[in-house]
Write a protein that binds this ligand. Structure first.
Ligand SMILES: [Cu+2]
Length: 512
């Protein structure tokens, strides 16, 4: 079979974040290499073939990220990031969400097909300090790499910066039948890509680093590890890459321009494996890639770069040859049929810095901006009105569903985005047509996933409803309640409260 090997990043080069006025370049670490941290698996409280229960605790911790003083961090059942959670398609899932942090948080299941606004864990579902909530759902979706992160508006970005993010791996019978690496921690590893700046005493200081276009730091933090290496003991290695950064785009490539194979995107397997030498991820996007080290020998090293900065060193050891090829066809995807009478939904992302908006408005928790019947497939035309001189790629995310990318400015979508997605990078001046269907009724947020942009109001919400049935009354959070709670937790008057996203509203003379 004659297979293309794609060698470019697909996205528009003039819009890369390297051209931002506020761009912070990654620096090559000067500290010694250390083993890449592999998040341990979360241990279920109980598990049977059809049911699983977990307790997930958001907690304070400290982590040895640099030599010298430890860094104060937050994590899920961990000092930083979180234990990896495994869920199976078809399972009844019960999760106790415990908040041991000093302030309220929410538990957002990014990429899971669950109902909003409470189970989904957006801004309407706070868990207060010292308290716990319980969520129950039955999972129906393809095997995928999804993730958990906080989503309390407008403090999502700062809470993620503290370290809250965990991989959530969905498994299913189809994926399990394919010849793919899946020995967790050995030949199948999550790779959470983040960046931070270390201040005095090796601490993070979100406010000092604040930039309304997205906070960045010069040090790559991979699975919470500075300057990591990984010992390769298998011919093939499956990397579950997650752009877990607040703003940074990752432009990934290996030394020797080693070819790798992308097998999955955000929401599951691609229909067909795609061979690449370069891969760009925008915020919140995932890609599962398989790297084949058969051309290397024990003692060799292969380096993963983002732009020109080395971020992970793969140290090759002896491994057993695996002569069986990877499958080329991975998943049959049948796009849902769209009734031609269904109007096309227009969504517009505009502005930069404090002026970011969605459909000309800033987010309001109490306002439902759109509605769509459950089960009805609809095209959404998502436009980024930034222009190519100084504009940026805005990663567009919808909660509670996985969509298909139909076209970019009327042209074919990129070859590696033919599977289910929940986040798509939209270039300046571009309209991306996506095909969206909600399987469950609820209220779902949709927004730019540069996290400072969502906190700054580049966000809206949609109600999916069951046609012909009475609509449930959703209890939606309001800013006053949230602000009062944050102020009380911090022990300060509301007038002294600083939450990054609020600046964006105030500078535009708007209320949240
Ligand atoms: Cu944005």
């Amino acid at each position: 079979m004659n297979k293309n090997v794609y060698t470019d990043y697909f996205f528009d080069e003039p819009a890369f974040n390297t051209h931002d006025g506020g761009y912070v370049a990654l620096e090559t670490p000067t500290t010694p290499q250390q083993p890449l941290a592999i998040p341990p698996l979360a241990v279920p409280d109980t598990e049977t073939s059809h049911e699983v229960s977990y307790t997930i605790t958001a907690q304070e911790g400290e982590a040895q990220l640099l030599p010298g003083e430890k860094t104060k961090t937050w994590g899920y059942n961990a000092d930083i990031l979180g234990r990896t959670i495994i869920l199976n398609d078809g399972q009844d899932v019960h999760i106790t969400l415990k908040n041991n942090l000093p302030e309220l948080t929410t538990f957002h299941w990014h990429g899971l097909n669950v109902s909003g606004p409470i189970i989904d864990g957006g801004c309407h579902a706070p868990v207060y300090p010292g308290k716990a909530n319980k969520i129950d759902f039955t999972l129906h979706q393809e095997a995928a790499t999804t993730w958990l992160h906080p989503h309390p508006c407008p403090s999502t970005a700062e809470q993620v910066w503290h370290g809250l993010a965990a991989a959530v791996i969905v498994k299913d019978k189809h994926e399990a039948s394919l010849h793919l690496p899946r020995n967790y921690g050995v030949d199948d590893i999550p790779v959470v890509l983040q960046d931070r700046r270390f201040h005095d005493h090796n601490q993070f200081d979100y406010r000092a680093d604040y930039d309304p276009d997205g906070v960045q730091g010069p040090t790559a933090l991979i699975n919470g590890t500075v300057n990591p290496y990984f010992d390769v003991t298998s011919q093939r290695l499956r990397l579950r890459l997650l752009d877990g950064a607040n703003r940074r785009e990752w432009r990934l490539h290996f030394s020797d321009d080693l070819k790798f194979t992308q097998i999955a995107g955000d929401g599951g397997l691609l229909p067909d494996a795609v061979d690449l030498t370069h891969l760009m991820l925008t915020c919140a996007e995932r890609a599962e890639v398989v790297v084949d080290f058969s051309g290397y020998h024990a003692g060799d090293e292969v380096v993963l770069y983002s732009d020109d900065t080395p971020i992970v060193h793969f140290r090759i050891h002896d491994f057993n040859a695996d002569p069986e090829p990877l499958p080329t066809h991975l998943l049959d995807i049948k796009p849902p049929v769209v009734d031609p009478a269904t109007p096309i939904r227009k969504v517009v992302m505009s502005g930069m810095d404090e002026s970011v908006m969605l459909d000309g408005k800033k987010f309001n928790m109490q306002r439902i901006d759109a509605e769509q019947p459950v089960g009805q497939a609809q095209y959404w035309d998502v436009t980024n009105t930034n222009d190519m001189t100084g504009g940026m790629v805005h990663p567009f995310h919808i909660h509670g569903t996985q969509f298909l990318i139909i076209s970019r400015n009327g042209h074919a979508s990129y070859p590696n985005e033919h599977g289910y997605k929940d986040t798509v990078g939209v270039n300046p001046g571009e309209t991306v047509r996506i095909l969206v269907r909600f399987d469950l009724p609820g209220v779902y947020m949709y927004h730019c996933h540069i996290i400072e942009h969502e906190d700054g109001g580049m966000m809206a919400q949609i109600e999916s409803y069951e046609a012909g049935k009475p609509r449930p009354k959703y209890k939606l959070m309001d800013m006053e309640t949230l602000t009062k709670a944050f102020a009380a937790e911090r022990g300060i008057p509301i007038s002294e409260m600083w939450m990054a996203g609020m600046d964006s509203y105030e500078k535009m003379g708007m209320k949240m």
